[in-house]
Design a protein around this ligand. Sequence first.
Ligand SMILES: [Zn+2]
Length: 449
Amino acid sequence: MPKLLALLSLLVPLLAQAAPAEISGARLWIAPDQTQLVMDANAPLEHKIFSVSDPNRLIIDIPDARVTGKLPLAEPADLLVKGVRSGLLDNGQLRIVIDLKQAVRAKSFVLEPNERYGHRLVVDMAPKTAKNRSSPTTPSPKADAKGQQGPRDLIIAIDPGHGGEDPGAIGSEGTLEKNITLAISHKLANLVNGEPGMRAVLLRDGDYYLSLNKRIELALQQDADLFVSIHADAFVDQGAGGSSVFVLASDGATSQQANWLAERENSADRIGGIDLQDKSQALSKTLWEMALKGTLEHSDLAARAVLENLSKVGAVHHAKVQRAGFAVLKVPSIPSLLIETAFISNPEEEKRLLSGDYQARLAGAIARGIKTYFAANPPPGTRWAGKGGRRQASVPKPVAGGRQHVIGKGDTLERIAQQYEVSLSALRSANKVEAAKLRIGDVLIIPEG
Ligand SMILES: [Zn+2]
């Protein structure tokens, strides 16, 4: 008996080795500057990749594997891939052939299993011609304006979270965060573009994944004045709900939850099919640390204005701007915020997030917050700089001749009401403000006593 067991234990690894790896599925993701083929397997896939011309093809030879699932169909919109097929060579090797519409630069790598996927083999393809498709549709408007007279438009970089391989959080009804973030971002971009002197740049406009660094790089390329990352995450507690606005923490996070969310968001690259060995994308640490200091203060001002407007649309999860180490917010020189519009893990909110009407209300609130921030802090040289006023646009302009009060340190609505002998409710309704939103330097209208 012991002999038999010993024999079996010898055989089991041999048998396991003998079974070919199984490719159980594959997907194609089409980004503006590349197409990505991702194959799922039950083991790491050792492989060789090479290209052949006439006609253009990419060949991937995998020594010991079989395709057990479906290979994806190419999409007409894909400028690179015509089709994907597989076959067995005489020596028993698996050959995957990617038929191409043009010559490509290709790169392949394997990814370790993570919480969402098992082993993956990824093939990134980009056009061989030098023409860069990567910039989000238009050239930098700021760059355009250089050498021209007159003020320029404000550029708002809108970053729809997740995409492609990375679905983001998934609601109990199967709603994918990546689709919600894109829908809200589109609505926000439309509102921004409808605003005179403002221009939106959508960093992702389709279902593909962009690395966190790539998002930052695109915003920098576009010389954005503000970076807004849109999310709708899940949380362990299904009851968690409402919007939150985050800025980068220069030191520790505001809460454990903020920390938890930041870690989740920062893991997106592992899920999104990014070659993590490739360090060429990484921004130099000193570059952003140098520029970051002055930027954080403005991130905070913009975040407060957005949060204030979101609170008028629905519940806010945190009444204050949250801080945590979100990688996507480490943008040197551009004030940056990350908005968790709602929690997709909350069944009520998942339902609302699917409604175009609710998406529009969220986008509207974010747009109003952005306008409030820029009305008070217009960058020099922009059309908004001429609009005057360093102060909050949300507070009504004082009426000529009427009584007014400039908020000072320690002021409360109660105290101001007492001072001018008016009722608290009259003061509130004349200014449409609540105590929590008083800010030093804001001007309050004092109603007639
Ligand atoms: Zn997210």
